[in-house]
Design a protein around this ligand. Structure first.
Ligand SMILES: [Ca+2]
Length: 229
């Protein structure tokens, strides 16, 4: 049995492309345990009009090249296609205890979960794709997957953010500083603090029809990611 430690979400229409991202280091626990930390969840059109790509990033900021996913955590992407904010389908992603490119990932799904909400059990049914971290696996006509190190795609001027909201500053390091605001707005041009850093990404690309059976162009589904232990 796994219990939730982190969540991030995005929403998307089957025909539209509306994306909302969450944030890095949302709570003290995940700040201290970066591999539990969901940075962002992305959903956007895939390689062809009938496909969609779902991505979850974790563990940013990583400066090195040998970071690994936590073999003791259950990473999940969840789909609600009935509009009730309860998952109807899930992807379950697990990792063995290898390091860097020697680590193997297993991605199960899309498959109906046996439990919904904050508890989860590992499923043994549904499409399963396995591969090595850093490599693409699966089928370009069905479920195709990647897990591994990628440049963190999130953009933020963190130095200026903390100048505006100094109560969010870390207590040590280059971003620590005065506890009273020294700015009231973002600067132009800003400086992307995350540009030199990597994240660990889990990417799944598949036919949209596997997630949303409706052929109605206005049909929508919700996507969110969780990490459980
Ligand atoms: Ca639902």
């Amino acid at each position: 049995m796994y219990a939730l430690v982190a969540v991030g979400l995005a929403t998307i229409g089957v025909s539209a492309q509306r994306i909302r991202a969450s944030d890095h280091q949302d709570t003290p626990e995940v700040e201290l345990n970066p591999r539990m930390d969901i940075n962002d969840v992305y959903a956007f059109p895939g390689a062809s009009a009938d496909r969609i790509a779902l991505i979850m990033t974790t563990s940013s900021p990583i400066a090195g090249q040998t970071a690994s996913f936590d073999p003791n955590l259950l990473y999940q992407l969840k789909i609600d296609n009935t509009g009730d904010a309860v998952e109807d389908l899930v992807f379950q992603i697990t990792f063995d205890d290898g390091v860097g490119a020697a680590q193997k990932y297993t991605i199960r799904g899309p498959v109906a979960p046996s439990m919904t909400g904050t508890k989860a059990t590992l499923l043994t049914t549904g499409t399963t794709v396995t591969g090595n971290v850093g490599s693409i696996a699966g089928s370009s006509s069905s479920v195709q997957t990647f897990a591994g190190l990628k440049a963190d795609p999130f953009v933020v001027d963190l130095e200026q953010f903390f100048a505006i909201l100094p109560d969010r500053r870390p207590s040590t390091g280059s971003l620590s500083g005065p506890s009273t605001p020294t700015a009231s707005a973002f600067r132009n041009p800003g400086i992307d603090f995350l540009k030199p850093f990597n994240a660990l990404a889990i990417a799944i690309e598949l036919p949209k029809a596997m997630l949303q059976p409706s052929t109605d162009a206005a049909a929508k589904f919700g996507v969110w990611g969780t990490i459980s232990r």
